[in-house]
Ligand binder design. Structure first.
Ligand SMILES: [Zn+2]
Length: 377
């Protein structure tokens, strides 16, 4: 073994494992998980007793085209604080500027980066100015998008579209339909954003098929997943039944505690917990993935559940079988954290607050077999 994390409490939902174990890595693969591994011949052993060891966290919705778009943040810089080993970029780049993202960011990053390709040619190019990239349908070309997604098939795991009053303006759901043409031809998932109507959440989910992803699923106020009487829209229930994936995508404006509490009360959990971390949400209200997981624990979700929704669930959503678990042969990614006790106040995207007596704090990461100490920057 090159590295053994010894004595931590391992939670690996895909293997149904929860208990004290050692985790060993050899090269860039997980090489063993057992109550006791032989540390005498290991090149490096780190005592993680008293801490949790989980599969490297996968943040299904981030913006990490740092320097290439106004909303990009630096994945390597954020990884330790966030506990994230895989950043899935949600459409920062489109077919017109994906090469720059690939060559200058993805290739050079030590943290793992995968990407949804935006249907709009230059991706999310003017977030700071609130100019939506889907306001002009001439920018949304399914054939051009498909070609680029095939060219970068190792990095691109799906297609992204943003529709709503802010992002597609008078075009309503039209860009979503164009993006769906590209993702269907690609046989990879489509991730759709929603903001204020039009289109309505019902129109959006009705366009999504099995494996497609609705992000910002627990929005506050308009385009919540339930109607004025507090009952979940039948279209939303139908979408879940046919396999549409519901993703949190917290961000600057897309998580309401009232919405989330109501949905959890009705037994409708999100499939994936993600941060939508970007330049305007990294210093609050989203902060990072561990912070958003802490919020769901404050809303009543158990630790093992939040871990599942940030490991095996997003891995499945992007069709990646080598990350999000700690079994033999998995890529050598892990997140080490502890639960800090105290009095913490969490804020959603409309200023509502909830309190809790705990939060998750990252102690370190393993990415591709290399240990990253969270105390270093
Ligand atoms: Zn986003």
């Amino acid at each position: 073994m090159d590295l053994i994390l010894a004595g931590g409490h391992v939670i690996d939902p895909r293997s149904a494992r929860s208990g004290v174990s050692d985790v060993g890595f050899s090269g860039n693969r997980v090489a063993g998980v057992a109550e006791k591994l032989d540390t005498s011949t290991a090149r490096k052993t780190i005592d993680v007793s008293g801490k949790y060891v989980v599969p490297g966290l996968i943040d299904l919705h981030t913006h990490v085209y740092h320097g290439g778009t106004s909303l990009g943040v630096d994945a390597d810089h954020l990884a330790r604080r966030a506990g994230t080993t895989t950043f899935v970029d949600a459409g920062s780049a489109g077919p017109g500027n994906f090469l720059g993202f690939h060559d200058h960011v993805i290739q050079r990053s030590r943290a793992r980066i995968l990407a949804f390709l935006n249907i709009s040619f230059a991706g999310i190019y003017a977030h700071t100015l609130r100019v939506g990239e889907c306001k002009d349908l001439e920018l949304c070309d399914p054939a051009v998008t498909l070609d680029k997604a095939r060219e970068f098939g190792d990095s691109i795991i799906g297609i992204k579209v943003r529709v709503g009053a802010y992002t597609s303006a008078g075009n309503g759901a039209a860009p979503l339909k164009l993006a769906k043409q590209a993702s269907d031809a690609l046989h990879k998932p489509l991730m759709s954003h929603i903001d204020l109507p039009p289109p309505t959440i019902q129109e959006v989910v009705d366009t999504l098929g099995p494996g497609d992803i609705l992000t910002h699923c627990f929005r506050p106020q308009q385009n919540q997943p339930f109607g004025p009487a507090g009952m979940i829209y039948p279209e939303v229930i139908g979408a879940r039944e046919r396999g549409v994936v519901f993703d949190v995508g917290h961000g600057l404006g897309s998580l309401g505690f009232e919405t989330a509490s109501r949905m959890l009360e009705l037994g409708f959990e999100p499939d994936c917990i993600s941060s939508d971390v970007h330049a305007e949400s990294i210093d609050g209200p989203a902060y990072d993935l561990l912070h958003v997981m802490s919020k769901f624990m404050a809303l009543g979700m158990g630790l093992e559940k939040v871990v599942e929704k940030a490991t095996v669930a997003p891995a499945r959503a992007i069709g990646h079988s080598e990350i999000g678990y700690l079994g033999d042969g998995a890529l050598a990614d892990a997140t080490i954290f502890h639960i800090e006790e105290g009095r913490f106040t969490y804020v959603d995207t409309i200023g509502e607050t909830i309190s809790s007596d705990s939060r998750l704090v990252c102690d370190g990461l393993v990415i591709d077999g290399t240990f990253w100490d969270a105390a270093e920057t």
